[in-house]
Write a protein that binds this ligand. Structure first.
Ligand code: 13P
Ligand code: SF4
Length: 303
């Protein structure tokens, strides 16, 4: 039996599901039961009746699954797969910042640790941020962390003046506007889609801005046969699966320096080993979990 079949067999035996993000390797997406953006993954984790959730993504995504499922075993193929953006905000630093602005609510992007979630009033994802922020009272004072680019985008789209944490994703924040301009010149008239973790000057040039799932939906529903894609290259697998006749032009195409190296730490071998040995398992302090659950539940109720 090859590795893929062995994984399928183990999933059946153990009543396990594999959740994977769109940025993981194609072979990982192929063995997953559900592939999605952070919002879809959180929703699926909240609804599953599997006994084991194997999370092929990055650490904060697996933590979110555990926060929502205390009685389930959450397996992580490689515990070192963290998120550079989430690491920009340490809970103790946020606590000190909060103390300076006691009348502000804390709105956190889901790309943050459980400890940061526990200090937050509401969690948002790139898939629901605008919708949720628009539901808050207009005069609500808000600290937004950890992604400064997404926060800036929300401020511009909603007319808010949230205080922004100075964090960024090392993949999206390193995209240069010159590369986008080069692609636009090479493919005149071709529309572009971008993830809101990119810097303002790129988002202003994009024809559509949204989460990975929102970009996929937009492209699938569009009549355009070509797109310039301003996000991590792993999404190409699902883009081509859904749109076999469309063509896609990626930023820095084929240059692994621009991949999310953490997402790529998930592979068939470590997924198989994790399912077989039921480790590494993500464990969490119960008090921390309960505190982190509240803003996440609020998000799921509001979105
Ligand atoms: P999405 O929720 O849009 O999939 O984004 C997650 C992420 O980490 C993007 O870098
Ligand atoms: Fe984190 Fe950026 Fe990787 Fe997304 S692409 S998981 S924000 S480091």
């Amino acid at each position: 039996m090859n590795l893929k079949d062995q994984i399928t067999e183990l999933k059946k035996q153990k009543n396990a599901i594999i959740l994977a993000h769109y940025y993981t390797l194609p072979e990982v997406q192929e063995v997953a039961d559900y592939v999605g953006d952070s919002l879809g993954l959180a929703r699926t984790a909240a609804e599953t009746d599997a006994d084991i959730i194997l999370f092929a993504g990055v650490h904060f995504m697996a933590e979110t699954a555990k926060i929502l499922n205390p009685d389930k075993k959450v397996l992580v193929p490689d515990m070192r797969a963290g998120c550079v953006l989430a690491n920009c905000c340490k809970a103790e630093n946020l606590e000190a910042f909060k103390a300076k602005y006691p009348d502000h609510k804390v709105l956190s992007y889901v790309n943050c640790s459980a400890a940061v979630k526990a200090l937050s009033d509401l969690i948002v994802t790139s898939g629901n941020a605008l919708r949720l922020v628009n539901q808050l009272p207009e005069d609500e004072k808000i600290i937004f962390c950890p992604d400064g680019n997404l926060g800036d985008y929300i401020n511009r789209m909603t007319g808010r003046e949230m205080l922004l944490w100075d964090g960024a994703c090392n993949v999206h924040d390193r995209y240069e506007v010159e590369e986008l301009e080069r692609l636009k010149k090479e493919h005149p008239g071709v529309p572009s889609v971008a993830h809101p973790e990119c810097r303002r000057e790129l988002l202003e040039k994009a024809d559509f801005v949204g989460s990975t799932a929102a970009m996929l939906k937009h492209i699938h529903e569009s009549d355009s046969p070509e797109f310039i894609v301003v996000t991590e290259s792993g999404i190409r697998y699902e883009l081509e699966r859904q749109n076999p006749d469309k063509k896609f032009y990626f930023m820095y195409d084929g240059d692994p320096k621009h991949d999310c190296f953490n997402m790529k730490k998930n592979n068939l071998e470590n997924i198989y080993q994790a399912l077989l040995n039921e480790e590494p398992e993500l464990v969490m302090d119960e008090e921390l979990r309960k505190q982190a659950l509240l803003p996440l539940q609020r998000m799921l109720e509001m979105s």
